[in-house]
Write a protein that binds this ligand. Structure first.
Ligand code: SAM
Length: 356
């Protein structure tokens, strides 16, 4: 990994990538700019941004044969005869960290706007104990580790864990993050520790249970299936003054004081207090884009027409009016009788921002 890091530094890979912005996915610009590059930068850009084949001998010389093999074992690279190609992975750069993530319809190492949102807006703690549940390739864990926190990352997917191990090694964070390959619901039962900050970006898409969708996304009928388990299971694992921080998508109806959402009901049930930022609303039915995407998923999964799927979904979501994208920062309301929630409604005046 040392040789890989040095080659990345010396070739100017990070500066090439960052010319187009942090965490950018500007494929066309990469390709146009790559035409004028020379080795070794050209080889790195071809393999890790453009998805073009590169000879294995060349890759071995540049980043070390042992690292090449580790990337193949982690399913980041695919080997075919004498050549290597990326398995839909990009090596992106953000906040001084190199980060392998998979950009495809059904990823095992997810990166989305929700990841970046929770990654960069998580409350910055220093030298504390941080838990990152549903850690995936590790973006939340790595940001927390950069600030000297003692981090535990929990992820159920073995392949996602393999990618996170590479990301940690590449950024020399292996000793600061303890990665556990487990389900969040099981991990809590084997643990006695408490944490100052519990971060999670769970599978969050509100969909009927029977609809097939990549497991990194399906959040149950109201988007809160795993959120419910985590808040109940980990409530007692918050250190004094500790808090949960998470992003997600749920359902809502009404506005202002009349806002109703299963998310608020859940927070109250768990006697959690704090802030819920409403980031964007998307109409259920009508011309709502997210609704149309969900209807397409249902139609595919059930081999039915989009119109039938739209009618099915309308029944499923009942009288909820909107999908609500949110960020929540909640603490256990020790000693208090009830939950006190402060709603910060950005969606009332703005569209998008953070993640939309
Ligand atoms: C939306 S991705 C988030 C990944 C990463 N934390 C991020 O922000 O980009 C959700 C992740 O949760 C994992 N996951 C799903 N159910 C889980 C569970 N019950 N326990 C632990 N991880 C789970 C999935 O494998 C996936 O990697």
């Amino acid at each position: 990994m040392k040789q890989f890091r040095e080659t990345l530094h010396e070739s100017g890979y990070s500066q090439f990538y960052l010319f187009f912005g942090e965490m950018n996915m500007r494929y066309r610009d990469w390709a146009v700019a790559a035409a004028g590059l020379r080795a070794p930068l050209k080889v790195l850009v071809s393999l890790f941004l453009l998805g073009e084949p590169v000879s294995q001998a060349q890759a071995d010389r540049l980043i070390g044969a042992q690292t090449t093999q580790q990337l193949i074992d982690a399913k980041i690279l695919k080997s075919a005869g004498e050549t290597l190609t990326s398995n839909s992975f990009h090596l992106v750069v953000h906040r001084g960290l190199y980060y392998f993530c998979q950009v495809t319809g059904d990823p095992f190492a997810y990166l989305g706007e929700d990841s970046i949102a929770l990654g960069q807006y998580q409350t910055p703690l220093w030298n504390r104990r941080v838990l990152d549940l549903c850690s995936g390739p590790g973006i939340q864990a790595m940001y927390a580790a950069q600030r000297g926190n003692e981090v535990t990352a929990v992820e159920q997917g073995a392949d996602a864990c393999g990618v996170q191990r590479i990301n940690l090694a590449l950024n020399e964070l292996t000793t600061r993050v303890t990665l556990v390959n487990a389900r969040a619901e099981d991990f809590v039962r084997s643990e006695k520790r408490v944490w100052d900050q519990i971060l999670f970006n769970p599978p969050l898409v509100p969909l009927p249970g029977k609809v097939e969708t990549p497991s990194v996304r399906h959040g149950g009928h109201d988007g809160l299936e795993l959120v419910r388990e985590i808040l109940a299971g980990y409530r007692e694992r918050l250190a004094p003054g500790g808090h949960f921080e998470f992003v997600g998508m749920s359902l809502s109806k009404g506005r202002g004081k009349r806002l109703e959402s299963p998310l608020l009901t859940l927070a109250k049930k768990q006697r959690l207090s704090g802030r819920v930022h409403l980031l964007s609303r998307h109409q259920i039915g009508g011309s709502g884009v997210i609704f149309a995407m969900h209807a397409a998923s249902v139609a595919r999964s059930e081999a039915t027409s989009t119109d039938t799927a739209r009618r099915q979904l309308a029944v499923e979501y009942g009288d909820y009016e909107d999908f609500l994208l949110y960020y929540a920062c909640l603490h256990a309301n020790r000693g208090a009788q009830k939950s006190v929630l402060n709603l910060v409604d950005m969606a009332a005046t703005h569209y998008g921002g953070w993640f939309s």
